[in-house]
Design a protein around this ligand. Structure first.
Ligand code: PEP
Ligand code: MG
Length: 591
């Protein structure tokens, strides 16, 4: 089967079909006359069981986090205790003789519709709470298991329709050999996680869940974007030989020069992107010279709740301490909570008609100032442990930077009054991932100490092509002229102001696009550690003069060249300058 080459590498193993927490099949039938009481009793015992579960969960969370504010779950308990709602469900069982599941579904749907009609965001959000409680009730009544991830007990290729970031992080990592999904794309968050975890992945396969059989061996090539079902013995043997060869070829960086050193001694620094929760060990061996993107939102997504200031402080301090092992001058760029869009979190982010254009990232933080305040305090406190930088995601206008700066100042003042130590002059940067930010990069540069270009989102917003939708993957073109111009504008603005600029989107790890950003003048490329050795090897074959020439390739093409043609011409130019063994490895990478 052919899909999208999403995370490089080869994997072979048995299929584990992950059905996840998807749709719960709901039976609907008329209950026998004599069984109505039993049906009501079934409902009551489900409600009682869920209440016990919720109380237990609140207790555990309170112990783990020390937080008294567990309103979301308390609100769920209140819904379960709402006499009016329960009464309506019971009436449908008694009067209409509807089975409990169908009665629950109908009554919740009615209530949800009422909440959703309201203008007030608070009430609309309550509709999500109803969703949660309804799912709990339906799972309990139908006996549906939501512990799908626990069923993965042996090393397997995980086959799924699609995976949310939280589902992905829940899977026991030691048992995931590879991912193969019906939907998704190369820059969806599952894709980024797969890369961060160095797990080969193929997405956009369409219908692999109905074609692969649980337990049968499949061969997955994350570089070619293929999955082979029912391989014969000879094919499997050849594949396993290739696996062994590739593991050796890219295990460590080549030579003793720092990662990103050019042939003439110049450099484009190579940093690592980090998801909290994924071990940092091994980054130094791969050659990372710092942490260019610490995706703090995974502290939220991994646990399903907001970490306390102390929990955040512990995580940021650990990462900052680890970073100092990468070199005295190594910096760690902690990106503040980039939640919303495809990183939605139940109970935290509201349901929006257009989440990608909604109240996400820096916008969310500026409208939830307590969350922002706690995070800034935690980062400042951790700043004594290493060279910490703070980065704001999804900046779209100057006001956001000005407001964020005020919040940071207030956090500094509070900590000073409390006598808590923090590093002075922490560099503060903006991500350039929205076209408006790139277009006003010159003005934004006056307010920050660095830029980091998030090409995953910049391509998506520039081309109006959802980064997670394989149906528009053809429009998701990192080297489309529009994207190239926006990146060039951002780099030029940074140079003019004399501030550093990096690329931390996945295209940094694409040999063709990543090297091109370096050619445009980007100082640092930040990527999943697993890609560092290969990009390093490619850069070691090129001089700054080569890169200057490379930067001119798109301009030299006819004006109506497509994004795909520009990419192909750049690839041809670059590969013609690499020795064959480096070409072979470079061909296994593509973002
Ligand atoms: C990006 O948009 O390029 C980026 C690095 O942020 P994320 O992928 O986490 O949205
Ligand atoms: Mg982004």
């Amino acid at each position: 089967m052919h899909g999208l080459a999403t995370a490089r590498g080869l994997a072979a193993g048995p299929v584990f079909v992950y059905r996840g927490d998807g749709d719960i099949p709901i039976p609907e039938y008329i209950v026998e006359e004599g069984c109505v009481d039993a049906e009501r009793a079934r409902l009551d015992s489900s409600i009682a069981a869920i209440r016990v579960d919720l109380e237990k969960m609140i207790e555990t969370l309170r112990e783990r986090t020390g937080r008294k504010d567990l309103r979301v779950f308390e609100c769920h308990l209140m819904i379960l205790e709402d006499a009016f709602l329960i009464d309506e469900i019971e009436k449908r069982i008694s009067a209409n003789r509807l089975n409990a599941e169908a009665a629950v579904r109908k009554v919740f749907a009615m209530h949800r519709a009422q909440f959703e009609k309201m203008n007030d965001a608070y009430f609309r959000e309550r509709a999500r709470d109803l969703d949660d409680v309804e799912r709990r009730l339906l799972k309990s009544l139908t006996g549906y298991s939501n512990k799908a991830h626990l069923e993965l007990k042996a090393p397997s290729i995980v086959v799924a329709d699609d995976l949310t970031p939280s589902e992905t992080v829940q899977l026991p990592r030691e048992f995931v050999l590879g991912f193969a999904t019906n939907g998704g794309s190369t820059t969806s968050h599952v894709a980024l996680l797969a890369r961060a975890l160095a797990i080969p992945a193929v997405t956009g396969l369409g219908d692999i869940t109905s074609r692969a059989t649980a337990g049968e061996t499949v061969l997955l090539d994350g570089s070619a974007g293929t999955v082979t079902l029912h391989p014969d013995a000879a094919t499997e043997e050849a594949f396993r030989t290739a696996m062994a060869r590739q593991a050796g070829a890219t295990a460590a960086r080549s030579g003793s020069r720092p990662a990103g050193t050019l042939k003439d001694g110049g450099e484009i620094k190579i940093f690592a992107n980090v998801h909290p929760g994924i071990p940092l060990a091994g980054f130094r061996e791969k050659g990372a010279r710092g942490i260019g993107l610490y995706r703090s939102e995974y502290l939220w997504l991994n646990s399903g709740y907001e970490p306390t200031e102390d929990e955040q402080f512990a995580a940021y301090s650990d990462a900052a301490r680890f970073c100092t092992q990468l070199g005295d001058a190594a910096t760690i760029t902690i990106r503040v909570l980039d939640i919303g869009g495809d990183k939605a979190m139940r109970g935290t982010t509201a349901k929006e008609a257009n989440p990608f254009l909604g109240n996400r990232s820096i916008r969310y933080l500026l409208s939830h100032r307590e969350v922002f305040r706690r995070q800034l305090r935690a980062i400042l406190r951790a700043s004594v442990e290493g060279n910490v930088r703070i980065m704001y995601p999804m900046v779209s206008c100057i006001e956001e930077l000005v407001e964020a700066e005020k919040m940071l100042d207030a956090a500094r003042t509070d900590l000073s009054h409390e006598g808590v130590a923090f590093a002075q002059n922490i560099p503060v940067g903006a991500m350039i991932e929205v076209p408006s930010a790139a277009l006003c990069a010159r003005e934004l540069a006056r307010h920050v100490d660095f830029f980091s270009i998030g090409t995953n989102d910049l391509v998506q917003y520039t081309m109006a092509a959802d980064r997670g939708n394989d149906a528009v993957a053809n429009l998701y073109q990192p080297l489309n002229r529009a994207v190239v111009r926006l990146v060039a504008m951002s780099v030029d603005a940074a140079k003019e102001k004399g501030i550093p600029v990096s690329v931390c989107g996945e295209s940094a790890a694409d040999p063709v696009a990543g090297v091109f950003w370096g050619a445009l003048g980007v100082d640092t490329l930040s990527m999943s550690a697993t890609y560092i050795p290969v990009i390093s090897r490619i850069l070691a074959c090129l001089t700054r003069k080569d890169l200057d020439e490379y930067a001119k390739v798109p301009e030299s093409l006819p004006p109506d060249s497509t994004g795909a043609q520009i990419y192909a011409a750049c690839r041809a130019w670059l590969f013609a300058r690499l020795p064959p063994e480096v070409c072979e490895i470079a061909a296994t990478l593509k973002s």
